[in-house]
Structure formats: C-alpha cells, structure tokens
Design a protein around this ligand. Sequence first.
Ligand code: ZN
Length: 183
Amino acid sequence: MLEYCLNCNYEKALELKIEPVTITVRGEAIETIDEFYQCPVCEEKFTTNLEYDSLEKAYREYRSRHNLVQPNEIRDWREHYGLTRTEFSRLLEWEEATLNRIEQGALQEVPEDQWLKFIMVPQNLLYLIISKPETLSAEKREQLISQLSANRIVVETLQRFYNILRENFSEFSKPRISRTKQA
Ligand SMILES: [Zn+2]
C-alpha cells in the first residue's frame, strides 16, 4: 500500500487499480490483469509488488495453453525428491542459473520443457540416477533409488490389479456400478 505519491506532493494513500492488459508472449496475445496504484493528481502509476507480476501471470497462462510445466510444479517435484537446485541441475546437465531462472518464473524454451518433463517421470529419474552415479552423493543416491523403486512397485502393483479387474470383470461397466450403489 502506497501512503503518498512518490512523484508529486500528493500525501494521501493511493488508490489500487485493476485493469485488463494484453501481453504478447512469443507472438501470442494473452489477456491478463494489471494491478497498480495511481496518483489522482499527477496520474503516475506505481506497481503493487514486482513489475514482473502481470508478465508472470501471462507466462503462467501461456504455459497452461501450451502444456508447459509451471515453475511451482518443478519446485514441488524437486522438493518431493529432496533434491537441491544444485543436485537437480547436475542431473539435468544445466547451469544452475538456468534452473534458477525457470523455477523463478522465466519462460522455458520448448526443448528445456521437454527435458524437464522427461526427467520428472519417476522411471526416467531412476534411470538417470543409476546411469550417472557421479552426480549425487552416495547417500542421496541410495535414498532416491529406494524412494523411486518403492514408487515403481506401487505402480506395477496397481497396473497388475487394474489388468486383473479388466480381464475378469469387464462386464461391469462404469454406469452399471454407479447404478448399483446404495443411496
Ligand atoms: Zn502524484
């Protein structure tokens, strides 16, 4: 909240304004909103937070339109496996700065996105950890291998269970199951 204008002598709190704005991302027009404070006297605009905000929203929209992974999904995934940025960038064979930039909201290139999504598949991560043992400490490697192998067993068990269901109970279609449910 701005308590006075930074540009003129106006000394009251500035009004928060929200306006639609069109941002062009890689040649594509994306409608988003812009939040700012505006001085009623000199009409100077001031950003509410970081100037990055509306651009960040536009990037988020662009990523969801093009099915690109979002920065928070990368962070959550990395933290789920207890990988530091240094460790993850070593596995990616990226400069740590590249990963930092993308995790903090820079728009990734398509090949970067494909590589990220490839590694984010548990079996691929497991393969990478096993085939590049030098990238992680022995302790971290063992911990991850056991975490990923446990996941693999769960997935394989579910897959087997699903196949058994399909082979033996294929006559139970979805609508029929829901109709036999007790209210
Ligand atoms: Zn002013």
